[in-house]
Design a protein around this ligand. Structure first.
Ligand SMILES: C[S@@+](CC[C@H](N)C(=O)[O-])C[C@H]1O[C@@H](n2cnc3c(N)ncnc32)[C@H](O)[C@@H]1O
Length: 362
């Protein structure tokens, strides 16, 4: 069966470069449609994914009937999404398929003028309702309207971790969620079903704005603010950015400690001084910093460290916590989440069993 609804349109910079083409399916995801600007080999592997070969996997993904939130104009932040019913931690907010995907390599591989022309064609080929969703998005930088919306709203994803295949994807509904450095929601992308899932990271009250973090929330305040200003053009006024100086200094100090401890825990050589206490301190700092997503990594380190010294019960406790939080933060296919399922089921046969012991034993 033919996958693409239009004949792919291809361009390349010169004969020394590869072709990059627009591949469109107007039927994808029950008629939502998708345009993909990538190389032919990647398009071929995308066309072989369950998202395309088994349309049922994405037939109901973008259904927002009965959505527990509404789009509202919010002072100083444009539009945002506000909860209309309470969410518990772990509740699904929504899931969507991208309407446009663009390979990162197109910036290198095509002249700027050609790249912009191709993007315009990619959006033009979408079904009218989907095209409108794209065009209605907020643009921050000015210039080419399609590119401006891409730069303001896209999410960066890896399609295949074994290949250097980075793509920016556009999800118009998810792009309505504003930023907070201590967000109440987080997302992850399933490359097999081409589906982007958003979940509540903590309980959310009726009337509370849904938020995600656009950046690494473990950065210190001045760095977070600079990245947000450069990348999205706003001065962050979230509670972590606007607390009194003495609280900011304490927060930055904790964030520096989180960075230091994480590096120590990631060091699996005999030279590492990491221990269960190191991991406990990391967990505690993440709690104090309200890092409800990154704490998944701290739980993972704690499980490994406890298993590394032969305390399998505490290792299993942290593995369970890592799974619960990791499913919200990184998804079920994440390698750490999979490793924690394995450790939970059989700690003594996990690679980490007693691995720190060799450091001390003669
Ligand atoms: C991905 S869009 C988010 C939705 C956007 N508010 C809208 O109206 O479509 C990103 C843009 O939203 C605004 N924004 C997001 N989070 C914000 C925040 N915490 N404070 C102020 N503006 C924010 C900025 O203009 C940013 O460039």
């Amino acid at each position: 069966m033919r996958v693409w609804s239009h004949r792919p349109k291809c361009m390349r910079k010169s004969e020394d470069h590869d072709f990059y083409c627009i591949f469109t399916s107007t039927a994808f995801a029950n008629g939502r449609g998708i345009s993909i600007f990538t190389d032919p080999a990647t398009a071929k592997s995308i066309a072989g994914l369950p998202a395309f070969t088994n349309p049922e996997t994405v037939a109901h993904i973008n259904d927002e009937s009965g959505s527990p939130f509404e789009k509202r104009a919010l002072p100083g932040r444009g539009f945002g999404l506000v909860a209309t019913r309470p969410f518990h931690r772990g509740d699904s907010v929504f899931s969507h398929t991208p309407v446009y995907m663009v390979n990162d390599q197109t910036y290198e591989a095509l002249n700027e003028e050609d790249r912009l022309e191709m993007q315009q064609e990619a959006v033009r080929r979408l079904p009218p309702g989907t095209r409108d969703l794209y065009l209605e998005l907020h643009g921050h930088f000015g210039g080419d309207a399609i590119d401006d919306r891409l730069n303001t709203n896209s999410f960066y994803v890896e399609l295949d971790s074994d290949r250097d295949e980075k793509h920016n994807i556009m999800l118009p509904e998810t792009s309505r969620i504003n930023h907070d450095c201590r967000p109440n929601s987080h997302y992850w992308f399933d490359p097999d079903t081409l589906t982007h899932h958003v979940h509540a990271l903590r309980d959310i009250q009726i009337g509370e704005e849904l938020s995600i973090s656009y950046i690494d929330p473990t950065l210190t305040r001045s760095t977070r603010q600079a990245v947000l200003k450069n990348g999205w053009g706003f001065d962050c006024s979230c509670s972590a950015c606007t607390q009194r100086e003495i609280f900011t200094a304490a927060s930055d100090h904790r964030l520096d400690a989180i960075d230091f401890l994480t590096k120590e825990l990631a060091n699996r050589t005999e030279a590492s001084t990491a221990s269960p206490e190191t991991a406990e301190l990391l967990v505690s700092l993440c709690e104090q910093e309200r890092l409800d997503g990154p704490i998944a990594d701290a739980y993972t380190y704690a499980a490994i460290e406890y298993n590394g010294v032969g305390d399998h019960r505490t290792a299993q406790k942290y593995a369970m916590l890592a799974i619960e939080r990791g499913l919200l933060y990184s998804g079920e296919k994440d390698s750490d989440v999979i490793a924690m399922y394995r450790l939970m089921a059989d700690p003594q046969n996990h690679w980490s069993w007693m691995y720190r012991r060799s450091r001390h034993d003669p």
